[in-house]
Design a protein around this ligand. Structure first.
Ligand code: 0WE
Length: 260
């Protein structure tokens, strides 16, 4: 197979072996890509380095996407090491824990700014730096969620951030299309990750996701990884500006209109 043989790609947002970004990394490694990772702080470095070794990733560097100086340093190191880049996968989000429960109308300006900065603007910040290292045929990908387009209880300001992220995907596709770079998003169903562990009632949400999905189950990191590998590969050379659902068909359902 080796869908990504000879390609160099950055995968941003691995926290541990449960991360969606790690699922993407495994699929991309299996398909022959050479990978580069970031880590957020020393605590996560201890988790990310051993994973990087498993897939022989030559680039493992610190990067907090909320810090422009770190963004510049990170991409300067990538340019030094590789010179050019074939793909970028952005799998990063953050909102204040308290903003992911209770009433959306209580969202503070600070909650809004943080969630939108880290979860949506950071993709733009990555794209502008990554594009400089890409030739025609390059591809970028980010991770979204259904809360971007529907009011999902408690997802709150993250839903607004994902809406901005999906719109950013389209505008980046518009800008970068003329130079042969594609930009897409995957809207994944809920998956148990470190991010999910900070959320109350995630079990109930996963149960609902299984029952509502056409496949009657949730999706795995590996399934998102395989879809990601396709989207950054040349097999998807005609696909850009798209939000591709990897949710077992949940989003095409009507729920249970007869439920009490
Ligand atoms: O995008 C996400 C979660 C992103 C996330 C998670 C956390 C938890 C810990 C962002 N910021 C934080 N901040 C923290 O302090 N998902 C798609 C998973 C998710 O999160 C939810 C969901 C789903 C699904 C929150 C409420 C309701 C549903």
């Amino acid at each position: 197979m080796a869908l990504l043989k000879g390609k160099k790609g950055l995968i941003l947002g691995i926290a541990n072996d449960k991360s969606i970004a790690w699922g993407v990394a495994r699929s991309c490694h299996r398909e022959g890509a050479e990978l580069g990772f970031n880590y957020l702080g020393e605590a996560l470095e201890k988790r990310v380095r051993p994973l990087a070794e498993q897939v022989n990733a030559p680039i493992v560097e610190p990067l907090d996407v909320g810090d422009d100086a770190q963004m510049d340093d990170f991409f300067a190191k990538v340019e030094q090491q590789w010179g050019e880049l074939d793909f970028l996968v952005h799998s990063i989000a953050y909102a204040n824990k308290d903003a992911l429960k209770g009433n959306f109308r209580d969202t503070t300006r600070e909650d809004f700014q943080l969630a939108l900065d880290i979860s949506a603007y950071s993709f733009i910040a990555c794209a502008q730096r990554a594009a400089k290292l890409m030739r025609p045929g390059g591809a970028m990908l980010t991770m979204s969620y259904l809360g971007a387009v529907r009011a999902v209880p408690n997802y709150n300001v993250m839903g607004v951030a994902k809406a901005a992220l999906e719109a950013s995907t389209r505008y980046l596709a518009h800008d970068l299309g003329p130079i042969g770079i594609r930009v897409n998003a995957i809207s994944a169903g809920p998956i148990r990750t470190l991010a999910a562990s900070g959320i109350g009632d995630f079990r109930k949400l996963m149960d609902k996701a299984s029952r509502g999905a056409m496949l009657k189950r949730t999706v795995t990191q590996e399934e998102v990884g395989n879809a990601a590998a396709y989207l950054v590969s040349d097999w998807a050379s005609g696909v850009t500006g798209e939000v591709h659902y990897v949710d077992g068909g949940f989003s095409i359902g009507a729920g249970d209109p007869g439920a009490e």
